[in-house]
Design a protein. Structure first.
Length: 303
């Protein structure tokens, strides 16, 4: 059993407990949290409550998660495009449509399922049984380089580099509109959207610092091909930041227009370059994932 505890602050006074928990633990759906409430796995000041219970400032809310044994993550023989591999790490070129790790609704065909088959027991365990080896993520419909750790030593070292923002991460994207300046920086805090829980947003009240640098690679009639470099690594950072300056990513139905002029599967966003200090040798390694075919074809169409 895994338990978490939260203290209710001013902003959540008189808020429904299920909504409060979904804000605190966004990786779990509200329906799953309501299920735990109904199973008496959630307490407010030590007492069981219903999903519509209104919490008050100063209360302590605790939630206990059942063991995840019922969610068995099976190794699957899914081909991996490996950019680099040694005894400590792997760098994978993730295809479009692949989820990084299992979650509600995605218990198979994830990168973790493929890694369990390929690496067998050689994956770090710091992030638990559902995320072995996973130290950072990219979205399901974002392609490109993702770093995987084979042991806890490598995981701790890479996690520290992520924490201090020393890892190089450069993305390629096609955005709506023609960006006039050749380069720019977006410095806006990112946090959970105040209304739509599954979305992120520029959030000055509850967001975390986020910095994205971008530069123009090519301009088209109605779109711009850009490179984005992450200084921080917030969820959906590039997608939120580019949308905030009115240049949402082409194909992004969440943060951009609801209709796309091209047949795409999600946003045109590719994690091209990843650079890091090797956890064992201390040498700097930089790797590049080639643009996926669909991206190349789209650039040719725009040309």
């Amino acid at each position: 059993m895994n338990s978490l505890e939260f203290s209710v602050t001013d902003e959540f006074h008189n808020c429904r407990i299920d909504k409060f928990l979904s804000e605190q633990i966004p990786e779990h759906s509200r329906s799953y949290l309501q299920k735990l409430l109904k199973e008496d796995m959630v307490l407010a000041d030590g007492k069981t409550v219903k999903p519509n219970y209104k919490i008050t400032k100063g209360e302590t809310v605790s939630i206990t998660f059942p063991d995840m044994k019922e969610l068995s993550i099976e190794p699957e023989n899914i081909p991996l495009d490996i950019l680099y591999e040694d005894e400590d790490i792997l760098v994978i070129n993730k295809p479009k449509g692949m989820v990084v790790h299992p979650s509600a609704g995605h218990s198979s065909k994830t990168l973790v399922n493929a890694l369990l088959f390929y690496c067998q027991h050689e994956l770090s365990g710091i992030n638990g049984v559902l995320r072995p080896g996973i130290v950072h993520r990219i979205d399901m419909d974002t392609t490109g380089s993702i770093l995987v750790c084979k042991n806890d030593m490598a995981h701790s070292a890479i996690a520290e580099q992520l924490k201090i923002h020393s890892i190089t991460r450069k993305y390629r994207a096609i955005v709506h509109g023609v960006i006039k300046e050749d380069a720019g920086t977006v410095r806006e805090p990112i946090g959970r959207h105040p209304v739509e829980r599954k979305k992120m947003a520029v959030n000055y009240k509850n967001g975390k610092d986020a910095v994205t640098h971008y530069k123009v690679l090519q301009r088209f009639r109605a779109f711009t091909y850009i490179e984005c470099e992450l200084e921080t690594g917030r969820t959906h950072q590039i997608r939120v930041h580019m949308s905030s300056i009115h240049h949402p990513i082409l194909g992004d139905m969440v943060y951009g227009p609801s209709k796309c002029p091209y047949k795409l599967q999600g946003q045109t966003l590719h994690a091209m370059v990843i650079g890091f200090t090797h956890p064992r040798t201390k040498e700097y390694i930089e790797l590049s994932a080639p643009l996926p075919t669909y991206f190349e074809i789209l650039l040719n169409k725009l040309n």
